[in-house]
Design a protein around this ligand. Structure first.
Ligand code: ZN
Length: 291
């Protein structure tokens, strides 16, 4: 899908797509029965639902910030087939649609280190060696997320691919200034951009908040990949490591976002990439916002 652009005060942000993939519908909605979720989103013959893979590009006054890097170019043919990836849309190429190159990016923020969020952190050079895909960028990731991703357990192992982040950490040790900046909790990144730890999907998942001239935007990552995940608190993916924590994270974030009238970005939603909350009694609804 073509980039979608939105103003947040004086800051311009863009959703750029790494393409579509497919994931098991049951896993996307946890304890919710298929008879309910299939009314919202139709599965294919293999029970998979389509997932968009947006990254957020922020034209901050202090440089160009990219939030998440998609699947990248290094998926195996078998993995591409499992994920139903059929195109070669990749987020680094989509920068050109907006007149940028990977070298223009000064900060990369990973919401967390699942493979669909950081697979494009590195590219293979001509000799096969892995290189930073954004050669002038500092990469920001949470300390606890990095630990959980580096030492996964039997349940979390499938979601992490260490080649997506460990080579950057190793480069960090030998380089001046460092390629990776490891964060310990909520952090203001620039005057307009901050990250906030939002646990549940992983223990140290973070969302990215953009604020300018009284307006607020939030890139929700996997706190609510689809708008319906925020509308209905109990719709928590089976992927989440702490589902009850996810629910409370969503409750607090949703109340705050409603008070702020924040523009919300849903990383995996094709139908509602961006929206604002409306409340009608007990019912919450996300109203799509046109770019
Ligand atoms: Zn995830």
């Amino acid at each position: 899908m073509a980039p979608l652009s939105y103003p947040i005060g004086r800051v311009r942000v863009h959703l750029i797509s790494d393409g579509l993939f497919r994931t098991d519908g049951g896993a996307a909605f946890g304890v919710v029965p298929r008879t309910l979720w299939e009314k919202v989103i139709q599965p294919d013959a293999q029970h998979r639902i389509p997932m968009e893979l947006w990254s957020l590009l922020i034209e901050s006054t202090e440089g160009l910030i990219l939030v998440d890097t998609g699947h990248g170019h290094r998926l195996s043919p078998k993995r591409r087939e499992q994920l139903g990836v059929v195109d070669d849309l990749r987020v680094d190429r989509r920068l050109a649609d907006l007149g940028f190159t990977p070298a223009d990016v000064t900060l990369v923020i990973n919401t967390h280190l699942h493979a669909d969020h950081c697979g494009g952190n590195l590219v293979a050079g001509s000799d096969g060696q892995l290189l930073p895909a954004f050669p002038n960028a500092t990469y920001l990731m949470q300390r606890l997320e990095l630990a959980d991703a580096t030492y996964p357990n039997e349940r979390t192992r499938n979601a992490y691919v260490c080649e997506n982040f460990l080579p950057l950490v190793n480069l960090c040790q030998g380089s001046e200034g460092g390629i990776v900046r490891v964060l310990s909790g909520d952090t203001r990144v620039t005057p307009e951009v901050q990250v906030k730890v939002t646990p549940g999907h992983t223990r140290a998942h973070q969302v990215v908040i953009v604020e300018s001239e009284g307006e607020t935007g939030v890139f929700l990552g996997d706190v609510a990949g689809l708008a319906v995940h925020l509308e209905r608190l109990a719709w928590v993916p089976a992927f989440d490591v702490e589902p009850l924590v996810s629910m409370e994270t969503k409750r607090a974030l949703r109340d705050w976002a409603w008070r702020e009238n924040a523009l919300l970005f849903f990383q995996h939603d094709s139908a509602v990439p961006a929206g604002r909350l409306r409340v009608d009694g007990e019912n919450w609804h996300v109203e799509a916002v046109e770019r």
